[in-house]
Write a protein that binds this ligand. Structure first.
Ligand code: ATP
Ligand code: MG
Length: 233
């Protein structure tokens, strides 16, 4: 059985359908990427896994059916989410934002905080700074760090490279590779196809709420449609 199984997933905002018969699996310790244009449904897909949308179909994580579970219960099962734009507590400092992330994994706070500061030393330097005054890249790092504080077995990352300078992206890339070595399973939703191809062993193209293509980076690089749309060749 796969670690995460998504089958015939449909999600709605009111009457508008945002996801249509989305199915894919992720093996334990695997890293997959969901790529696709603005409005394709990438964030909706991650929101659904963490229990924030009204969805139908099946999402099975580590043998547990997630339907109708609350986000809190889902985080507790071991899914960490670094949402787009972070949803940080802007009036709190960096360290308190990280500690909020730990509220369901209290027994490992010190260990996880140590690991976050080791992975992202900038956060340690800035731990007393109010989140509101962080730069875009620092916020992104804090969002990732906070997701890690929930002690996840599966990490959902929404656009981890959005708006970041190349040097920060390469820092995030190092963090991702290190996380992969620890056996964490990762799902990345990204518009940055090059980045996603580097880190994910399998990619899916999401368009207008449907998965229209899937394959290894090698397979997708050979797809004329992907090359034209995303690499302009
Ligand atoms: N809360 C909401 N209420 C109504 N419609 C929504 C809501 N959130 C998203 N949508 C719509 O659902 C569709 C999918 O949006 P989603 O944010 O999942 O796309 P995305 O692939 O993450 O896009 P982006 O790359 O711009 O982040 C879009 O048409 C969007 O307008
Ligand atoms: Mg999005």
């Amino acid at each position: 059985m796969a670690f995460l199984e998504v089958k015939d997933l449909e999600a709605y905002y009111g009457k508008a359908q945002a996801l249509k018969s989305v199915s894919f699996n992720v093996e334990k310790g695997g890293c997959i990427g969901i790529i696709g244009p603005n409005g394709a449904g990438k964030s909706t897909l991650l929101d659904s896994i963490i229990g924030l949308t009204d969805w139908r179909g099946q999402i099975i994580f580590n043998g547990v059916d997630l339907h109708r579970l609350t986000p809190r219960a889902i985080v507790k099962l071991g899914i960490g989410y670094a949402p787009e734009r972070g949803n940080l507590f802007t009036y709190m400092d960096v360290k308190d934002n990280l500690l909020v992330g730990a509220y369901l994994a209290r027994e490992k706070i010190d260990e996880n905080l140590g690991e976050v500061f080791e992975m992202l030393p900038r956060l340690e330097e800035r731990q007393k700074q109010q989140a509101e005054t962080l730069s875009g890249g620092e916020r992104q790092m804090l969002s990732l760090g906070r997701a890690f504080m929930t002690d996840p077995k599966l990490l959902l990352l929404d656009e981890p490279t959005l708006g970041l300078a190349p040097i920060v992206i390469s820092r995030i890339a190092d963090v991702l590779e290190n996380l992969k070595k620890t056996g964490i399973t990762i799902v990345i939703a990204e518009q940055n196809v090059t980045f996603t191809m580097t880190h994910a062993e399998r990619l899916y193209l999401l368009e207008r709420g449907q998965l229209t293509m899937g394959g290894t980076p090698e397979e997708l690089r050979g797809e004329e449609y992907i090359s034209k749309t995303y690499f302009g060749v």
